[in-house]
Design a protein around this ligand. Structure first.
Ligand code: GLC
Length: 751
């Protein structure tokens, strides 16, 4: 077959590029996809290349969008979720442009598309990777059915400050738990093969350190030491690379003066060089343009240059790449190779997603929304995410002798707010609230006296309080549904006062006067300050924002058809003044002894040093309300017989850790056994505890199981201030237990 000279030239050129690229470019000359990428790239004009680096927000089938696609291409469109429009726009790209490069359609599908799962912080409380993977898979099945093939999740920001609105989107405060659950979410979203039509590519975000925003105020600066960056904030993102995350998103914040969207140390040195990530890096929404506001760039031209030279491949709604990159290249400030590299990653992703072969969404396939299986998985996620924090007088589960219940509060029947933040496509008409489920499923067993009392969480109208108190008086038990509306957490929704908003605190105090047992159920996007109100409640169940199936799950939990197994993925502060507060803190030179005299007990004219000099708050002590990993069950568990495979190990040895776990209670239940270590003395200070393993174990009444963990050499390592990942000889403590404060303690020596 006679090949045209041009084709021969392209073939030779492709071969040259392939062999010259080497692994740095992520191009492998033996990979058929890479061959296609190189061949296509060689045909593209500079304008077409820069067009691929543009991500625009959907505006329907508008003339402007059609022109953008036709005039030089658009790499991706976010927020277009009408399948007909998706296909019409895709048709323009595929059939009406010179090279027919398809568009990736994206959306923030954070904890569900139509079937809304618990918010990520709630899913994290399940400590169950399968629950999180299920949530990702259901979200992908529903979202891809309308043409969304890219989600901007999981959010892997380590979050230690309840004032920060985005703590709700996180998987909590711990690197190990966040890594395990983030990987599970990626697996759920992406499935087994990116080119499957139901695969929705994941996006590890926000790279990096966003959760350290000063004072818990969103978009604020972060100051992070090298060892904290490496030991706390980066590990979940490395786990995301290992889990095959197809994309990364840079974060809005600066770290030590450099915005993450213009920081080559993060997006080239760490992500590309050290971790060999070969996916696409997208900016956050205009985070490139915001480098002007940060005071890091003088104008859009400089922002484009710093972004692309830092390795940010795609500009989400910053409008800085398209107008400036060609000029920057002419001025020699951006190399052709830099642009080619960005476009290679983008084209490679599109080939891997199968978009060139199947660019359109099948609009004839019935929507996968709200299927029985999806709803059942969502309900199970709520059951396993609920954290029982208090249960005195065995008030829960509600017993047979309960003949009437008062259901009171603004969150008992709040279908919109129950879904939580980032539920753009959720439909409140499909949300099943606790009031609905309690009436439908238990209304024949108990009389239900319902008084909303407050119309929404911030409501200050107390006119129905008397009615609420009457309902309490007329009932055997009160179920008080309190919390936050969805709008009070999430992006840009930070609170300096994280107590129950509106008149909820007053309402609870009034209800308590009726003298009936109170079960406090909180739906919120953060661990709200509840310290002063808690004594008024006999039981306290935390359900975050539980999503579509919150009602059926909570009803079953309250009546004992399901047993709580959730554990806190964040430390629960007594007061907001303790934030940021987290379990894996450093010990300091003067740790609290636990016997400190608190403010109400200080003698008048007490001597200045009479209280001792240790690290605690006069008005809050040194402990949070509840520790990381804490959560009760209706059953009880006993840990015994901790055994280590050795008392001393070498730097390359594993250490096997076992103990016996018994269900000593009256209910079949699941317990999350947790493994922690402490490196007692090292060349830099190490946390008082570090989570290194967890297992969720179901046990029948009286059943005993052996819990086994294997501690690997790498798990004893840490990054020091010289950027070295090392372990050092010395003493280690080890615990296996039910939370970060309690457990069987052992020790071993590392040679
Ligand atoms: C937002 C968020 C980011 C989200 C993106 C697209 O500002 O920071 O998490 O994925 O823009 O909506």
């Amino acid at each position: 077959m006679k090949l045209s000279c041009k084709k021969v030239f392209i073939g030779i050129l492709s071969a040259l590029i392939l062999t010259s690229c080497g692994n740095k470019s992520g191009i492998n000359s033996n990979d058929p996809v890479d061959k296609k990428v190189v061949e296509l790239l060689s045909k593209m004009t500079l304008e077409e290349k820069i067009g691929q680096m543009e991500q625009l927000s959907g505006e329907g089938f508008s003339g402007n969008m059609v022109n953008q696609i036709k005039s030089g291409g658009v790499g991706s469109i976010l927020n277009e979720v009408d399948p007909e429009t998706v296909n019409k726009l895709q048709k323009v790209a595929v059939e009406e442009t010179r090279l027919g490069i398809p568009i990736i359609f994206a959306r923030d599908v954070i904890h569900g598309f139509k079937t809304i799962f618990p918010v990520p912080l709630g899913q994290a409380a399940s400590w169950n990777p399968q629950i999180v993977e299920n949530g990702g898979r259901v979200a992908a099945l529903e979202a891809t059915s309308v043409g969304v093939r890219w989600t901007f999740a999981p959010m892997l920001d380590i979050s230690r400050d309840e004032r920060w609105g985005r703590i709700v989107e996180s998987l909590g405060e711990d690197p190990y738990l966040t890594s395990a659950l983030g990987a599970a979410m990626i697996k759920g979203f992406q499935g087994d093969n990116l080119n499957d039509a139901s695969s929705m590519i994941a996006c590890a975000k926000h790279f990096v350190g966003y959760g350290a925003s000063e004072s818990g105020r969103d978009y604020n600066v972060t100051t992070i030491s090298g060892e904290q960056l490496r030991n706390i904030y980066l590990p979940p993102f490395k786990a995301a690379v290992d889990a095959g995350a197809a994309t990364f998103m840079t974060s809005f914040n600066e770290i030590n003066g450099i915005p993450s969207s213009g920081n080559p140390f993060l997006t080239k040195q760490i992500l590309r060089q050290e971790w060999s990530f070969d996916g696409v890096v997208v900016s956050d929404w205009n985070s490139l343009g915001e480098m002007i506001s940060h005071g890091y760039c003088a104008d859009g031209v400089e922002a484009a240059g710093k972004g692309v030279n830092a390795g940010v491949d795609m500009d989400m709604m910053g409008y800085v790449y398209r107008p400036n990159l060609a000029q920057l290249m002419k001025e020699g400030k951006v190399k052709q190779a830099t642009i080619d590299q960005a476009v290679r990653y983008i084209l490679k992703l599109k080939f891997r997603m199968g978009l060139f072969d199947n660019p359109y969404v099948d609009t004839n396939k019935p929507g996968a929304f709200y299927t029985e299986d999806n709803l059942e998985k969502a309900k199970q996620a709520v059951v396993e995410s609920a954290v029982l924090l208090k249960n005195e007088k065995d008030i829960l589960p509600l017993k047979e002798n309960i003949k009437s219940i008062a259901i009171i509060g603004p969150m008992a029947d709040a279908p919109h707010d129950q879904m939580g933040t980032w539920s753009f496509d959720g439909e409140k008409s499909h949300t099943i609230t606790p009031l609905t489920s309690l009436k439908e499923e238990y209304g024949d067993k108990v009389k239900i006296n319902y008084v909303q009392a407050l119309a929404y969480s911030r409501d200050m109208n107390k006119s129905a309080f008397a009615q609420a108190v009457s309902a309490a008086r007329a009932s055997d038990v009160v179920l008080f549904f309190a919390g936050e509306e969805a709008i009070l957490s999430g992006e840009a929704h930070c609170r300096a006062d994280i107590s129950l908003p509106g008149a909820q605190k007053e309402l609870l105090a009034e209800i308590a006067k009726a003298g009936k047992p109170i079960v406090l159920v909180v739906m919120a996007g953060r661990t709200v300050e509840i310290y002063k109100e808690l004594p008024l409640a006999d039981a306290f169940l935390y359900v975050f924002h539980p999503g579509t199936m919150g009602g059926p799950a909570i009803a079953d939990l309250l009546f004992g058809k399901a047993v709580p197994s959730g554990k806190l993925p964040v430390t629960y502060p007594k007061m907001v003044g303790q934030s940021p507060v987290y379990y894996n803190h450093k010990n300091t030179g003067r740790p609290a002894k636990g016997n400190e005299v608190l403010i109400d007990d200080i003698e008048v004219e007490a001597g200045q040093t009479s209280l001792g000099c240790t690290s605690f708050y006069l008005d809050a002590g040194d402990k949070p309300l509840y520790p990381f990993g804490y959560g009760l069950s209706y059953s009880t568990f006993e840990y015994s017989d901790l055994k280590l495979s050795a008392n001393e190990i070498g730097p390359n040895d594993n250490l096997k850790v076992t103990c016996t776990l018994k269900n000593t209670g009256k209910y079949e239940a699941a317990e999350v056994a947790q493994l922690y270590i402490r490196d007692i003395a090292a060349s830099i200070t190490r946390p008082v505890k570090e989570l290194k393993g967890f297992q969720k174990i179901s046990l029948k009444v009286g059943e005993t199981k052996t819990v086994e963990f294997t501690l690997t050499p790498g798990q004893l390592k840490f990054w020091n201030n010289d950027n070295q990942f090392i372990s050092e000889p010395g003493e280690f403590k080890i615990w296996v237990g039910t939370n970060s404060r309690e457990g069987l303690e052992g020790s071993f020596r590392l040679r």
